[in-house]
Design a protein around this ligand. Structure first.
Ligand code: MTE
Ligand code: QUE
Ligand code: MOS
Length: 753
């Protein structure tokens, strides 16, 4: 059961940014950030800080040789605040000193004089003030307006979902040092080395070839280091460039919690219309996305919310509007699911509410409206190789849903103060970046003369096991022992113009590029073998490091063949590029075929509620998931289990609280709680859907990183059902996270409805 890195991880010898052996003359940086959510900078006085012993330099907006601009999609985010601040935690300057403590102490000596301005923290309030990141976008299918009069049941409601802290174990950080000729090398904990390279070049006024970014691995990213790692890489690079010394910057946990953006909170309104037999005829929804103070990836995240707002269902008439609202919070960013979970939660709430009104189980509506082959999504794509009904039926059969259900009913009939709930949650998630140009990757493969193989790709290892998957692929193409395959760090000099490792497509696309590069070399090796063995190339096969002619083993082995190829001056290296075929998306009409394929699955979640205390347990999560033909079952199972627990955390216990000034109150791990081993489901059963090869990804596999996160949404409705069993005549509001406190208050609150 060994993953590539597990031995090193267990020994503590894996290198994260802060573990890299300190280069000679290393200096340490600390950040001065805004204490106010909104205001004008009247004056900054560095005098006292500059005088402190050990301080080597202080850098702010005025010291930037190029552009003070780190925006990715929209150019709206300065590296350092210039004359105004827009959120608490916004970087204003960095102090660089002989050691970290000196740098941090000197930061406290800077006098920052800010004139406070009124601040906005609520998305709807920002919308009312027309504070938008981009103009609203609407996806439509059919015609909702002319459908309402045909509906037997119509329900409308508001839905709130909260933010979420990424809580990667390794905080944001970077180490930069000058290279000869005025260049910079950066070691960064980033999912997007190319973004770090490009934006460093922009801020320093350098060509991109003078900036090299290297990433060995991340102690977790979860989307939080897709856009937001860049700032720290650039800060280190700037200081290093100015001082001609290596500079390191590592955020403390509390700084990281306070400064960095999170999953976007959404506030949404829905209206859903159904026929009396439970067919969804029309769905209208408006999403108010709390973007924070700058765009970051918000427009792309909103786009995915709109794409996934109908989840696993076919709805013939849809009108979905997304509004990205600018508030005075740290810019919110990518987080596993990338806006998809927020979209799906609203529709599941709508189905729940409709079922309540109809007096039926939500699963009746869910099942009736599941996608069928060639059904159209609001973004114009038709679903193909649709496995959602297979997953649904198998989940219900395999885990005997009817029995689970009747046991829950029996338990609730015989218990007054404990109640159980159960819910089904189907998921459908599109794979590919909706920005089509990002769907490309490249790989560089070398076979060395001793038969060992080195693979370099754009894929960042962040714990998701992508390196092991690349080894699986290379070992499989060459048919050699996996120990021969080494995966290198991701480096912008070996792999250029790379997309972030995101959208669950890292293993998919870089795996394809690796496969192509390995096949290029294999083809040349087979030619060499043909010459050596004086047989036609078509008769030759490599199997488990031995060379066969027409099925007969020869004396030639993998190592001998590689050496023969070298002495014949055959190229033993290949650089390959892959771009996902046949996808496009027209953002002017919001139609196209944005996704290479979809991932499907269904979960059953059982919960038990203590109706005196409002506390609860997640009893079990039972899943049938479509992994395609899994590249690595152990990794994929781990991804599913981790995502499920993270999704449950988002829906139930993870709560970000702020004071009236916009200061984060839950800025320690004693106040921001994530699921631990005690809270995690007592049982997680993940069944691999059989016979589901996916022709649209490497080795018939499917992406796994994000989709299972959304199974966690089922925990919310499972708990709602348990609450309903306690007090039936109540319409609970749709507000997540459903913390113990919120459950308790809801169980005993007066309702007006
Ligand atoms: N798993 C671990 N252990 N750590 C992570 O940071 N990130 C998730 C997912 N699984 C993450 C993870 C996210 S947000 C994405 S997009 C994918 O991994 C990225 O990797 P992949 O594209 O190779 O699946
Ligand atoms: C899913 C994603 C991303 C995405 C679209 C998805 C993502 C990402 C971008 C992106 C980045 C830079 C751009 C842009 C889009 O889009 O991670 O237009 O300039 O970075 O569907 O995960
Ligand atoms: Mo994942 S949110 O696409 O990094």
């Amino acid at each position: 059961m060994s993953n590539y890195d597990s031995t090193q991880h267990v020994k503590g010898s894996s290198l994260f940014v802060d573990d890299v052996t300190a280069p000679e003359g290393l200096l340490y940086a600390a950040i001065l950030t805004s204490p106010e959510a909104h205001g004008n900078i009247l004056n900054i006085d560095f005098t006292e800080a500059e005088k402190a012993e050990g301080v080597k330099g202080i850098f702010s907006a005025k010291d930037i040789p190029g552009d003070n601009q780190i925006g990715g999609i929209i150019l709206d985010e300065p590296l350092f605040a210039e004359d105004k601040v827009d959120f608490i935690g916004q970087p204003v300057a960095i102090v660089v000193a002989e050691n970290q403590l000196t740098a941090k102490e000197a930061v406290k000596k800077i006098k920052l004089n800010i004139e406070k301005l009124p601040a906005v923290f609520d998305a709807r309030e920002a919308f009312a003030k027309n504070e938008l990141i981009i103009p609203p976008r609407t996806f439509t299918l059919g015609d909702v307006e002319n459908t309402w009069n045909r509906c037997d049941i119509i329900v409308e409601h508001r839905v709130e979902s909260g933010g979420q802290e990424h809580l990667y174990l390794e905080t944001q950080g970077s180490l930069a040092h000058p290279t000869e000729g005025g260049g910079i090398k950066i070691i960064s904990s980033t999912q997007s080395p190319t973004a770090a390279q490009k934006i460093t070049a922009r801020v320093l006024g350098l060509p991109m070839h003078k900036v090299e970014v290297d990433v060995t691995r991340l102690g977790g990213g979860f989307g939080g280091k897709e856009d937001q790692a860049t700032a720290y890489a650039v800060m280190c690079a700037l200081a290093s460039f100015k001082l001609k010394r290596p500079v390191k910057l590592i955020l403390s946990r509390q700084e990281d919690l306070r400064i960095t953006g999170k999953r976007h909170p959404y506030s949404s309104d829905f209206k859903i219309g159904l026929s009396s037999d439970g067919k969804i005829l029309a769905y209208e929804v408006t999403f108010y996305q709390n973007a924070g103070a700058a765009a970051d990836l918000s427009p792309a995240i909103l786009e995915r919310t709109l794409c996934h707002c109908t989840n696993s269902y076919f709805i013939p008439n849809v009108k979905a509007t997304g509004i990205s609202c600018r508030t005075n919070l740290p810019p919110n960013t990518a987080f596993r699911g990338f806006g998809g979970p927020q979209g799906m939660f609203v529709l599941e709430s709508a189905i729940y509410r409709a079922a309540e009104k109809m007096g039926i189980d939500p699963s009746v509506i869910q099942e009736k409206n599941l996608l069928n082959e060639e059904d159209e999504f609001p973004y114009g794509q038709k679903v193909q190789n649709c496995n959602i009904r297979r997953c649904w039926n198998q989940t219900k059969d395999q885990f005997i849903y009817d029995e689970i259900k009747s046991k829950v009913v029996a338990f609730n009939n015989s218990n007054k103060l404990y109640k159980k709930g159960v819910a089904l949650m189907p998921i459908t998630f599109g794979i590919s970046f909706t920005s089509t140009f990002l769907n490309q990757a490249n790989a560089l493969v070398h076979v060395y003369t001793d038969g060992s193989v080195s693979v370099s790709t754009a894929a960042i290892e962040m714990g998701q096991g992508v390196n092991e998957k690349m080894r699986n692929i290379a070992a499989s193409v060459f048919s050699v022992n996996i120990d021969r395959i080494k995966v290198n760090s991701t480096n912008t000099s070996r792999n250029a113009n790379t997309s972030p490792t995101a959208a669950s497509s890292g293993a998919d696309m870089n795996g394809k590029a690796t496969e192509i590069a390995c096949n290029n070399i294999l083809e040349r090796l087979l030619e060499t073998a043909a010459k050596e063995l004086k047989s036609p190339g078509t008769s030759i096969k490599i199997l488990n490091e031995k060379i066969y002619v027409d099925g007969t083993e020869t004396d030639l082995t993998w190592t001998k063949l590689v050496q023969a190829a070298y002495f014949s001056r055959v190229n033993l290296s290949s650089h390959a590029h892959y771009s996902t075929p046949d996808i496009y998306f027209d953002k002017t009409i919001n139609k196209g075929k944005p996704f290479a394929y979809h991932v499907f699955g269904v979960s059953i979640i059982e919960t038990t509620l203590d109706c005196i205390r409002g506390t609860y347990e997640i009893d079990s999560v039972k899943v049938v998931h479509d992994f395609g033909k899994s590249l690595n079952q152990l990794i994929d199972r781990g991804q599913a289990e981790g995502a499920i627990v993270q999704g449950i955390g988002w829906m139930t216990m993870e709560e970000l609280l702020y004071n009236d000034d916009g200061k984060l109150l839950t800025d320690t791990l004693s106040t921001y709680k994530v699921p631990d081993i005690f809270f995690a489901p007592k049982e997680i059963l993940v069944h691999f859907l059989e016979d589901a090869p996916n022709p649209n990804a490497v080795f018939n596999s499917k992406a796994i990183g994000e989709p299972p996160f959304m199974y966690g949404i089922g925990s919310y409705f499972s708990l709602m059902n348990a609450m309903k069993a306690f007090r039936n005549n109540n319409h609970y509001k749709f507000i997540s996270p459903l913390t113990n406190e919120r459950v308790l208050v809801s169980l005993y609150a007066e309702t007006k409805e």
